[in-house]
Design a protein around this ligand. Structure first.
Ligand code: IVH
Length: 688
């Protein structure tokens, strides 16, 4: 039993409710927490205990009310006091310029007048209406058909960034704030969405439970808000942004910008990327900036909403049919397009792996011309039934390789035949095969020229032997001229032989020879990666090098020894074992050593790099964008100095290196008290 009198309990409950809501606001809305998650939970439990003993004293804005109330039978209907309209679209720059001209014509302004606009990200979520009475959240609804929506108050209540009680600005005489107090009746509109990181985690959870994953964050948000049991919604990672006024009693706001400033002061989450633009050219600039930021945002957006800022002008402009004349949705170019498959060709990887690639009629997708798309393997082709001559939907998400989404079967040529990976490798010399249990086909020829070219490209690549000045063209010429037949030939060719190839300048050959010489001084890990052993990527190569230290020790390893290494599974173990038990391979490795390749064991390189003392043995997490080097380079530099890299922040993390626009990991580090260093400090440490 609590030791409090009802009066004391009432005071304590009010104070705790207030305090917890302040912290939640700092965490979910301002993105700037000042206490740890554990501290927050401790306060929340105190409040829960008090509310249990004094249920009548619980406040309507109590954070304990976010866990969700009793399940509903169905959703009630809500009539919107002001209809929730949709927006007209502008699909390209010209249509945006037309929108700007229409506005000026309507306002009888000269064509070169400059209108002030607000440019906001168009959040790809679910439109909602939120009603606050005397500052308290009372009704939340979906858009529905625009006139009538559904009452999803209980579900919306569970969303942490949605304020349950609003704050009026201090109203003393000397206050410099020009934010008006919260109107007694305030309806605002916004978007509920599922952040991308939460979506990934949620889908993974669904997968583990054997449930169907959601196709995208938008569907996941919609599904979560449609739960009749708010306790289920409470477990979904949802968030909101508010962006438009609904019905507001006695409102004195003059412009959309005023509105955005006011809602922020009242405690609503407002999107930080909204901008005030003077004239349409600035809007275009903002649009391009936003498009660049898009891949890095933690939520989906599908364009930009452009609104006339001044509410008086908005009123003059009014509406046409179902959308306001004063706003437009300026969409991003589609990430998907339809085009024709001209041919399917096989690409031969360094291990002989064959990847079918669709050669497409070139088409612009999200600003980039796409002419090829990977088809992955035979199973994928069968599953989607992809045939040469088909029209297909292709998509490019971020900087990912384009891929075929589906076939437009309605447009298929009735004579088109299903595609099967041929028995012969494109090199024309060897057969292809598919090992049972593997998805991929492989070329069986050890000296297949196509495979050889890939093998050389891989061998000299930056993360492998790191040879400068030897691109795919030169490799192709050297292989076709019969100069490069086996990997060690690289170190055998004379200056004259290199120069016999077309388009090779004297200078570039000298640089190449120098770079080749330099590459001989390398590490065991790089060399193992460079050899192109099936299933051995960079990480596995490091694991093997760390474990064995020398080639000799690796040669001695039994299949069992290999399988016992943590992170090495049976398939990889077998592949490594098999690789080094071929006479031809052992000869190749011996040739390398005879040609002067020297393999430093892992510990030796740690010794001579500057800044080693700082990094050695510590665990680092990288977050945000680095400007001076790529993330890969940063990781390599840390590992070379004996540091460890981890993907997530925990108490075991020693340092978090935070680049520009670092997000949740930085937050976590701060709440756990992990030391954070910025990019400049990191660079200084690298220099010792
Ligand atoms: S303003 C009168 N601003 O886009 C128009 N809408 O077709 C009020 N949306 O249903 C909408 N982000 O769900 C506005 N910053 C934003 C928005 C936004 C997303 C959605 C909204 C609306 C649809 C417009």
């Amino acid at each position: 039993m609590n030791p409090y009198t009802p009066d004391e309990a009432a005071q304590k409950i009010t104070a705790l409710t207030e305090e917890l809501n302040q912290h939640a606001h700092r965490y979910y809305v301002l993105d700037a927490p000042i206490i740890s998650d554990a501290e927050y939970d401790r306060l929340l439990r105190q409040l829960e205990a008090l509310e249990k003993d004094f249920p009548d004293l619980r406040l309507p804005n109590s954070p304990t009310q976010r866990v969700g109330g009793p399940a509903l039978e169905h959703f009630e209907k809500v009539n919107h006091r002001i209809p929730m309209l949709s927006l007209a679209n502008a699909m390209n720059e010209q249509e945006l310029l037309d929108f700007d001209q229409r506005i000026k014509r309507h306002l009888s302004l000269p064509t070169d007048a400059s209108i002030q606009y607000i440019a906001e990200p168009k959040i790809d979520g679910i439109a909602i209406s939120l009603l606050y009475e005397k500052g308290l959240f009372s009704v939340g609804a979906t858009r529905g058909d625009g006139v009538t929506g559904e009452d999803i108050t209980a579900n919306l209540r569970t969303i942490k960034s949605l304020p349950l009680r609003l704050q009026s600005p201090p109203s003393d005489l000397f206050s410099t704030s020009n934010t008006p107090p919260v109107p007694a009746i305030l309806e605002v509109r916004g978007e509920a969405y599922m952040p991308r990181d939460g979506f990934e985690a949620f889908n993974e959870e669904q997968h583990k439970l054997g449930l169907k994953p959601f196709a995208n964050p938008r569907n996941a948000a919609a599904g979560s808000l449609k739960q009749l049991d708010p306790n289920l919604t409470a477990q979904r990672p949802l968030a909101v942004f508010v962006y438009a006024p609904g019905y507001i009693e006695d409102h004195t706001l003059q412009s959309q910008w005023d509105f955005l400033e006011a809602i922020q002061a009242w405690g609503f989450p407002r999107n930080p990327l909204s901008r005030r633009c003077h004239g349409v050219q600035e809007v275009l600039q903002c649009y391009h900036d936003l498009m660049l930021q898009r891949p890095r945002l933690n939520y989906d957006i599908d364009g930009m909403v452009v609104k006339v800022d001044d509410y008086n002008l908005q009123k003059q402009l009014g509406f046409i049919s179902k959308s306001p004349r004063w706003a437009v949705a300026f969409k991003f170019p589609p990430q998907q397009e339809i085009t024709k498959i001209l041919d399917i060709q096989l690409q031969v990887g360094r291990t002989g792996k064959l990847t079918p690639v669709a050669h497409l009629e070139p088409i612009q997708v999200a600003g980039v011309v796409v002419s090829r798309a990977t088809l992955h393997n035979q199973d994928e082709i069968d599953k989607k039934d992809i045939r040469v001559g088909d029209y297909v939907v292709i998509q490019r998400a971020g900087d990912v390789i384009p891929e075929v989404v589906t076939v437009v079967t309605e447009r298929r040529d009735p004579l088109a035949l299903p595609y099967t990976i041929p028995n012969r490798c494109p090199c024309g010399q060897s057969e292809t095969e598919r090992t049972p249990g593997e998805a991929a086909h492989y070329c069986t020829g050890i000296s297949c020229p196509s495979r050889l070219k890939s093998a050389f490209e891989h061998f000299v690549s930056r993360k492998a032997m790191n040879v400068d000045g030897l691109g795919p063209k030169l490799i192709e010429q050297a292989v076709d001229a019969g100069l490069l037949n086996k990997l060690p030939d690289l170190y055998r060719l004379s200056e004259a032989q290199w120069r016999s190839l077309e388009r090779t300048g004297e200078r570039s050959i000298l640089n190449l020879l120098q770079s080749l010489e330099k590459s001989k001084d390398t590490t065991l890990a790089r060399f193992l990666f460079a050899l192109g052993i099936r299933h051995v990527g960079e990480t596995t190569a490091h694991t093997l090098a760390d474990h064995f230290g020398t080639l000799h020790a690796l040669y001695q390893a039994s299949l069992d020894d290999l399988q016992k290494i943590p992170d090495i599974g049976p398939v990889v173990a077998y592949s490594v074992y098999h690789f080094f038990h071929q006479d031809e391979i052992r000869q190749i490795v011996q040739d390398f050593l005879d040609l002067g390749v020297e393999l430093a064991p892992p510990a030796q390189i740690v010794a001579d790099l500057p800044g080693k003392d700082f990094f050695d043995g510590k665990t680092f997490v990288l977050t945000g964008t680095l400007t001076q080097m790529s993330r890969d380079d940063a990781q390599e530099q840390i590992q070379a100095r004996g540091g460890k890299i981890s993907g997530s922040v925990s108490k075991k993390t020693d340092f978090v290196i935070a680049g520009a626009s670092a997000g949740s990991k930085l937050q976590k580090a701060q709440s756990l008290g992990v030391t954070v260093i910025d990019e400049d400090a990191f660079l200084l440490k690298l220099q010792g």
